[in-house]
Design a protein around this ligand. Structure first.
Ligand code: 13P
Ligand code: SF4
Length: 360
């Protein structure tokens, strides 16, 4: 059955040629990755969308916030002009491919938090930073309030950018990426209160805690990376002499602190590629990527850091059936599952995204 789907997908790719660009995130299943034109981490995929020129349609094999970002960046005013007024349509093969972390921060909650904290600190001096894993409305909030977007590959440079412009940072939705990054900059945990959107007052903090803050962290997390534990690291170190621990910064502090390397999916791949044969790794990130690395690097010894399966159920929703359905409809002139961010949100979120793309 898969073989038939593969052939049907390839037939549409061949027919549409350059008009079609299929992008895939590293967490996609192998069988989907095989049909992508380009793959990358969140930052690389944003750049690919921002540079897209020849294509008419981007089919995004990833999750909803990534497709939104692609729609915004592929349709920047200068890109549309360079294409003689033509927009690029972005399609997400399954609309249920969301991100549980992105869902942990709704724009109304972020706005309410901002209003609450303005009672004890000057919000003109607070730079909002949203992890790219967030709805476009949160990126727009950052654009409106002098803030910026970050990914796991540039979080430190982005925080430095923010501290050149304000006294404090309000970081959402991933507390772990925010905390792990700020710790590398000498900011201590007592300067990082966690804002719980469901708490009755001040996100569950005292006024003094908010006043003493340098980074206010949103109480959000990735359900996949939350499952890696310090005891998993300890067990590998004990049982496999010389093993290197490689994790994603969405992992909790206890894990991140004791890892040898921490970085985006792009950095994880690069680190393995650059290591000499025989290197032993225990990797703490989404299962499909770790399994692919195992297959591609038989010369190294690669283990999955957790004893239980940690996979991203929403990334996994993109499969050959949905991809084929999307592509065949496209070939027949029907746009299914189009992701189109409204004009006002696009305008403001683009400001925050462009600030990020300008940070080196
Ligand atoms: P990166 O690919 O940017 O490291 O992001 C990981 C992730 O969780 C995507 O949802
Ligand atoms: Fe969201 Fe985590 Fe899945 Fe990435 S791995 S899409 S952060 S739930």
């Amino acid at each position: 059955e898969n073989e038939v789907l593969q052939q049907r997908i390839e037939a549409v790719r061949k027919e549409l040629g350059e008009e079609l660009l299929i992008l895939g995130h590293h967490y996609q299943q192998d069988e989907v990755i095989e049909h992508t034109d380009l793959r990358g981490d969140s930052y690389q995929l944003s750049e690919m969308a921002a540079k897209s020129q020849a294509c008419r349609t981007i089919v995004f094999c990833g999750v909803h916030f990534m497709a939104e970002t692609a729609d915004i960046l592929a349709n920047r005013p200068d890109r549309i002009e360079a294409r003689d007024g033509r927009r690029v349509d972005v399609l997400l093969p399954d609309m249920a491919a969301g991100c549980s972390m992105a869902d942990m921060a709704a724009i109304a909650q972020v706005e309410a938090a901002w209003a609450d904290m303005s009672e004890v600190i000057e919000t003109e001096q607070v730079i909002p930073v949203t992890y790219i894993n967030s709805a476009a409305s949160l990126k727009a909030f950052c654009g409106r309030h002098g803030g910026i977007v970050c990914t796991s590959s540039n979080a430190k440079a982005v925080l430095e950018w923010a501290f050149e412009r304000g006294q404090r940072v309000f970081f959402f939705p991933d507390q772990h990426l925010g905390r792990n990054t700020a710790l590398t900059m000498g900011i201590t945990e007592d300067q990082m209160p966690v804002w719980d959107p469901y708490a009755l007052e001040m996100g569950g903090n005292t006024d003094e805690q908010i006043e003493a803050s340098r980074v206010i962290l949103w109480k959000g997390h990735c359900s996949v990376h939350q499952m890696f534990r310090a005891e998993h690291v300890a067990r590998f170190r004990k049982e496999h002499e010389g093993i290197q621990i490689l994790v994603h910064p969405e992992c909790p502090r206890e894990v991140n602190d004791i890892a040898d390397v921490s970085g985006s999916t792009g950095k994880i791949i690069q680190t393995v590629q650059n290591a000499p044969a025989g290197t032993k790794w225990a990797i703490g990130t989404e299962l499909h990527l770790v399994n692919r690395l195992k297959d591609e690097h038989p010369e190294q010894e690669i283990h999955f850091l957790s004893p239980v399966v940690c996979m991203c159920a929403t990334m996994y929703r993109i499969d050959l059936t949905h991809l084929c359905w999307t592509l065949e409809n496209l070939r027949d002139g029907r746009l299914v599952n189009q992701i189109r961010v409204d004009e006002e949100t696009t305008k403001w979120s683009l400001i925050a995204l462009e600030r990020m793309l300008a940070v080196k």
